[in-house]
Design a protein. Sequence first.
Length: 261
Amino acid sequence: MKKNYDEAHASNFIKGITRLTGIAESKLKKYAAENNLFNVLEHPKTIDPNKQQLEKIHVLNEFISAYRLLKLQENENKLVLDSSKVAGEYFASLLGGIKDREKFMVAFLDTGNNIIETRIFSEGSIGEAAVYPRMILKAALDCDCTSILLAHNHPGGSRIPSIQDRDITKRLISIFAPLQISVLDHIIVANSQYHSMAEMEGMPQPSRDVSYDAIPLDNNKALGEDKADFHADISDFDESDLDEFNLIEPDDKEDEDEWEL
């Protein structure tokens, strides 16, 4: 194998081509010893494949091209949830119009606060929805995230966190803290407006008392703190800012700092 190739990577590449096309590994290694390894895909006839192998190489090349194009589009249009403001707008766009039931959602983020996946973990009629921490933990581990954002709607219209909202937040923080997965915020949405727990009162500290029991969502037991709700006039936005979110921004409030992980 040519010395300018990393031996381990080249070996894995050759094994992958063998599995996907049926071309003998020994034949590929012999070719790679004196020739450009990428010719196997870019100029496949140089290794004299049979008709079936050539067809598989063409399919593989089409797959690689499609993947690269989709990845490029994803990078250009990627939504980065790097502040409470952006997170609030994002979840308000998803939950703001729902008034007949409660939904609890979680966004899983990578190291750059890019969304890996956003998933609904609970959905039910008012007062009957429940959140299962074990399901959220499993999903977080499956997608190898570094942080998460919590969000749910209050169909009754109040943006004040309920006792259960605080309990859910603290319990999930306690579950994820030992795994070095940050719970960045809990967004509560009502009537297309939102309340950021991280911004308005700060996130709870983790507890040593960890529980995985189901937690019911019940916003009828809201806490009565005298705290201002998070809202603003839509006129503060330019039209270009509202292309993605037809939402409401905080009034008379400076932009939040980006989250640091």
